[in-house]
Design a protein around this ligand. Sequence first.
Ligand SMILES: [Zn+2]
Length: 302
Amino acid sequence: MPVPIDNSPPRRRNKAMLTTGKVLLAVANERNFAVPAFNISDYAMFNGIVDISEEKNAPLFIGIHPDEVRHIGVDVIAAMTQRAHRSSVPIAIHWDHGATYQEMLTAIRIGFTSVMIDASMQSFEENIALSRKVADTAHAVGLSVEAELGTIGKTDGEAEDGSDAIIYTDPADAVTFVRETGVDSLAVAIGTYHGIYPKTLKPELKLDLLKEIKDRVRIPLVLHGGSGNPDEEIAQSVKLGINKINISSDIKLAYHMKMREVLADEGLREPLSIQPPCIDAMKAVAGQKIDLFEAAGKASLY
Ligand SMILES: [Zn+2]
């Protein structure tokens, strides 16, 4: 008996499971957990991430960086939004690290339901001006906006945007920034780097700084560069008010480490023979993150 093709209708007819970042994060902020944002640039990996989120009954951000959109193509976003509509868990399709206003307009047009504008490498004033402009436009069409203040590090050439040295988010600046821009969530720099940490670099989060920022701004806070940090620190950051954690390197590493192993068998050719064990390896890591972020079971709150 072949495995049936999943063509099931939407599982919860009364609820739109494709939703915005604002809806996902309002509940996370109130109930003190973090929604994982897994970066995707491959459709088989996308399906695996949706599957593990449904198995864990966890809300989900699908994060797609502009570079990843260039790789996967804009047309696939429509397929992802359709899958989200059929899901048993709430899903936002999130534009990760948008650089310009024009890019954000493209994201809106092709179906993203949540956008990030990252002008953190510009001056404080320029960051405020661009983030406010993006927030005004996105809010007008019902989307939510994440911005970034301070700069997250970057460990290697494969990592996303970032600088060699972290500039920590200043709590007083964060208050001004949130008030002036009207953004819905804020990515903060408290000691994480994008990418995989080299052995010489020991990740360490400034949890006191996080607590001070959260006490003052109150809105959902976002942690980028969440791969490779000690689980204990991540768990603490969730307790202190981080409501979205971006995971990219860890799941991609799990997928491709397994693929190297699978491809040792030179007789294999079909993606459907090669990819499933790699997807399982990726799902195992994603499942651990969902548990660590206290997101398992939380889809029932929506
Ligand atoms: Zn990031």
